[in-house]
Design a protein. Structure first.
Length: 122
């Protein structure tokens, strides 16, 4: 996790695509720590990658194993990022958190349709 800082050179908020929505290195470290505490044997497969000028967009499948019960977990993530001087200046990840937590048993299997129907999960 120490290498995360070497990949980032965050741009100031006034020059990034979506104001205060960019991802900072400390957020990546925090997310990775949470992810590693919940799952192991993480395998990432790039399903589609697009590269235009200094922008890239990647759609990926992440396979891993629950640390709690050994269940196999498969989720998807899409990330759009911009690089500057060989480092990440902006990063906009979208991770399928509902499916992730459903597969870990921390949400009911049908959480998405329940929430879309206006139900509250308690």
């Amino acid at each position: 996790m120490d290498c995360i800082d070497t990949y980032f050179q965050p741009a100031p908020n006034d020059v990034i695509l979506v104001g205060d929505r960019g991802v900072e290195p400390n957020e990546v470290r925090e997310w990775m720590a949470i992810l590693f505490s919940l799952v192991r044997d993480i395998q990432v497969t790039f399903l589609k990658a697009l590269d235009v000028d200094n922008w890239a967009s990647v759609f990926m499948r992440i396979n891993c194993t629950s640390r709690v019960n050994g269940a196999k977990v498969e989720v998807f993530q899409q990330i759009m990022l911009r690089q500057q001087d060989g480092r990440l200046a902006e990063s906009y990840p979208q991770f399928d958190l509902l499916r992730f937590f459903e597969q870990l048993g921390q949400l009911p299997d049908d959480a998405y349709p329940l929430l879309m129907a206006g139900n509250k999960l308690t």
